[in-house]
Design a protein around this ligand. Structure first.
Ligand code: RFL
Ligand code: PHB
Length: 394
């Protein structure tokens, strides 16, 4: 097999890259370790930045998102039993975020790629990368997990295979620097069948821990609770989850949380992680393969989409005019945005979660930060411009 750009991973990064390359007349093949059903059914992100939404619309894959997504003009920060609205729309001169599930974005992109004749090889196994420092890198894999061995020869490889994929470890250790922080808490996420409890997302800081009220549709809601990352989901009965949500979200004005059947629950750990550089020879990492943010800032999918915009533009310049400068600067260009998103995600995480090692003084400082950000227009503007997404820097 041969193609111009071999893409490993059919997550938001890999699929969007393949779509953007196709629009520029550049061929790609995606290989993916899971089945189509699995990737279309995995519940993850929900919040899309203005720039991600604009890109989906400009490239013809935003139709269903505009019909079924929900546009949010503000968020609520809740602490000490009171809610404080941050008017994101007003503070950013008209920007907003869109709540539209990641697996719906995935479905729309797969649909667009297949309709345009694109090739996605699902359910592959034993993926390995070769000859990255030559002009003809290769990806080897087995079809159907342990079937026939295949070799995909290409001009470039895009490693879009998430945090646990084989691309990042293929960069020799001597050229790779990794920065990492693991948080001492995780998120227990649930999907419920109920109408929305709030028209906007609620991020709550409470003595018992963080809670988040998000949404998916008029009938399905998404909520999260701060828990021990090692905790077993079997320890969390539905009653215990509802008890914690009620406690952590309670307000002095009697706001009510609408309950409904819990149709899915799981626990995810949280970390901040960056790999520098994001490229080696003809291999370019994008999305979670290169960096992870804790989900409190809702940035992971959006960063993946920003990376592949930079990569698609650089590959386009290479194929149109032989220019290599943008490819050479890929990592440097992406990392400027990545580190700002890392900072914002760490800031939101630190401000909103309960840190059990905090002294009483540190707890008061955290509450003072919340008081400040919800009462100062300058501080709220900074939060808002990061939440809707910083402008692309090329
Ligand atoms: P993905 O989505 O992990 O996709 C990688 C793909 O690569 C495949 N793969 C392989 N394929 C071939 N060979 C191999 N050896 C392979 N190994 C792996 C995988 O099967 C997979 O299909 O990475 P990508 O594309 O970089 O996208 C990143 C996003 O998925 C991630 O950052 C977000 O989900 C993070 N995130 C959020 N991001 C937002 O922008 N807004 C949000 O509101 C938001 N909420 C969240 C989140 C992540 C969460 N979790 C689960 C940590 C909420 C949560 C709870
Ligand atoms: C979600 O709806 O899944 C969601 C919303 C906001 C976040 C993270 C996840 O910060």
């Amino acid at each position: 097999m041969r193609t111009q750009v071999g893409i490993i991973g059919a997550g938001p990064a890999g699929l969007m890259l393949s779509h953007l390359l196709h629009l520029r007349g550049i061929e790609s093949i995606i290989i993916e370790s899971r089945t189509r059903e699995e990737i279309e059914g995995t519940i993850r992100a929900g919040v899309l930045e203005q720039g991600t939404v604009d890109l989906m619309n400009e490239t013809g894959v935003g139709g269903r998102m505009m019909r079924e997504g929900h546009f949010h003009h503000g968020i609520e920060l809740r602490f000490n039993g009171r809610g404080h609205r941050i008017d994101v729309h007003e503070l950013t001169e008209g920007k907003r975020v869109t709540v539209y599930a990641q697996h719906e974005v995935i479905k729309d992109l797969i649909d667009a790629r297949l309709k345009a004749g694109g090739e996605i090889v699902f359910h592959v196994g034993e993926v390995s990368l070769h000859d990255l420092d030559t002009s003809s890198p290769k990806i080897r894999f087995r079809t159907n997990k342990n079937g026939e061995c295949q070799e995909l020869r290409c001009d470039f490889i895009a490693g879009c295979d998430g945090f646990h994929g084989p691309s990042r470890p293929s960069i020799p250790g001597r050229v790779r620097k990794e920065y990492q922080k693991r948080y001492p808490f995780g998120w227990l996420g649930i999907l419920i069948e109920a109408p929305p409890s709030s028209p906007e997302l609620i991020y709550a800081n409470h003595e018992r821990g963080f809670a988040l009220v998000s949404t998916r549709s008029p009938e399905i809601q998404r909520m999260y609770l701060q828990v021990d990352p090692q905790d077993d989901i079997a320890n969390w009965s539905d009653d215990r989850i509802w008890f914690e949500l009620h406690e952590r979200l309670s307000t002095r004005d009697g706001w009510t949380l609408i309950e409904g059947p819990i149709i899915q629950k799981n626990i995810v750990a949280m970390r901040s992680f960056v790999c520098e550089p994001m490229q080696y020879g003809r291999l370019f990492l994008a999305g979670d393969a290169a960096h992870i943010v804790p989900p409190t800032g809702a940035k992971g999918l959006n960063l993946a989409v920003a990376d592949v915009q930079v990569l698609a533009r650089a590959l386009d310049a290479f194929y149109k005019s032989g220019k290599t400068e943008w490819l050479e600067r890929y990592s440097e260009t992406c990392l400027r945005r990545v580190w700002k998103a890392e900072r914002f995600s760490w800031y939101m995480t630190s401000m909103l979660h309960r840190h059990h090692d905090h002294s009483p003084l540190e707890r008061q400082l955290q509450l003072a930060e919340l008081e400040y950000v919800t009462s100062s227009r300058a501080a709220a503007t900074s939060l808002a411009e990061n939440y809707v997404g910083l402008p692309m820097e090329w």
